[in-house]
Design a binder for this molecule. Structure first.
Ligand SMILES: [Zn+2]
Length: 167
């Protein structure tokens, strides 16, 4: 399966809500594989990607925070189809970036502890409870499925939005 071109901000596909998809279908499996191949080809600390970022308007995300050596204690590679956050508590702030928005990072406030439910590519239910960085990445990727970018969650542009050095 090919590495796909990453859809870049402000492409309108990044602002659309994605449709639920059959987790066991060939189409979903192909999307998940392309997402993984594309994430593998991205900068080494890329820890998440969502289907609309390769132009597929389906509710599929891939998260693997163990790719960042600062966060070894994670669930490893998670492929979630139709993911839903069912419980959340607490608040935390992380500096976030996005493959589709390479020129900026921002401090974003999100839930701390979350429980997310989704389907595997075999159609079984995956339930994960997590906190910290992994929780942030899952929330960031699910936002993509609803057409929400981290830029949309910046509350104070002057103090919380940063241009990446070298860009
Ligand atoms: Zn993103």
């Amino acid at each position: 399966m090919p590495i796909r071109t990453v859809v870049m901000y402000p492409d309108s596909r990044l602002k659309q809500r994605c449709q639920p998809t059959d987790p066991c279908s060939t189409i979903t499996r192909d999307i998940a594989r392309d997402l993984l191949d594309t994430m593998d080809s991205a900068p080494p600390r890329t820890v998440g990607i969502a289907a609309p970022q390769i132009g597929e308007m389906s509710r599929v995300i891939i998260v693997d925070t163990s790719r960042n050596p600062k966060y070894p204690n994670s669930h490893g590679l998670l492929t979630l189809v139709n993911p839903v956050i069912t419980e959340f508590t607490g608040r935390q702030v992380f500096r976030e970036g996005c493959l589709s928005i390479p020129d900026f990072t921002a401090n974003i406030t999100r839930h701390d502890v979350i429980t997310v439910c989704g389907s595997s590519l075999e159609g079984t239910t995956i339930t994960v409870t997590t906190s910290g960085f992994e929780s942030v990445v899952i929330q960031h990727e699910i936002d993509h499925l609803d057409g929400i970018l981290f830029l949309d969650r910046v509350t104070h542009v002057k103090t919380d939005l940063f241009r990446r050095k070298g860009n």
